[in-house]
Design a binder for this molecule. Structure first.
Ligand code: SF4
Length: 204
């Protein structure tokens, strides 16, 4: 969990967060991040909604805006990719203990979801990805992505993670010449994390 704080963007109405990121992008905050982000954070009361302090909120929003910008820049190339992978975080599993029936394949490495819980986000995200022809991996940690992407010879990848992890992945994708799209977790942490399935479906 790269952030030193827990965020929960599900407390912000989806309509407001969409407006927030679109406004930020339109005024070019992906190029001029910093003090202007503070203005947007205050205007949309993001710190109040999340309960985070202003410094953490600004760091979070800067990362999310960077990911949005990278998605737009890479979209055309991503659309042309032939072999695509979907990387999901294991912390979004409904159960993190023996109730999760997934097999862990250490050699890949990935959890192989057995679809044991209909309401499990990983089950639903896996179904979405496979229906679109993606190879789906449920990663035990972000560091596993490189091995999977190298071995699979992918030219496109969708990653679901917190904003900081997605931002850190950009240089890896550049070095591997893979077009990426990021979907940020709407709630981070070591377990019970949350992702927006509608956002994922739009990206896929
Ligand atoms: S649906 Fe998949 S990931 Fe979720 S608890 Fe069951 S096996 Fe684990």
């Amino acid at each position: 969990m790269p952030y030193s704080f827990i965020y929960d963007l599900t407390r912000i109405p989806q309509r407001v967060s969409k407006q927030l990121f679109e406004s930020a992008y339109e005024v070019g905050l992906h190029k001029v991040v910093g003090s202007q982000v503070k203005r947007v954070v205050k205007a949309f009361k993001v710190d109040e909604a999340t309960g985070l302090n202003l410094v953490d909120t600004i760091a979070l929003i800067e990362d999310l805006i960077s990911v949005q910008a990278a998605n737009r820049i890479q979209r055309d190339r991503f659309d042309k990719a032939q072999r695509k992978a979907l990387l999901l975080p294991h912390c979004a599993r409904k159960h993190m203990d023996r109730q999760c029936m997934a097999d862990f394949k250490a050699d890949i490495p990935t959890y192989e979801c057995k679809n044991c819980q209909e309401s499990c986000l990983i089950n639903q995200a896996t179904t979405l990805g496979e229906a679109k022809g993606y190879d789906v991996y449920v990663l035990p940690g972000g560091a596993c992505a490189e091995k999977i992407l190298r071995n699979g010879k992918y030219d496109g990848v969708v990653g679901v993670a917190c904003g900081m992890e997605l931002k850190m992945a950009l240089s890896l994708l550049e070095s591997l010449d893979i077009a990426g799209q990021g979907v940020f977790l709407t709630k981070n942490g070591c377990s019970n994390t949350n992702l927006n399935l509608q956002s994922l479906a739009r990206i896929l």
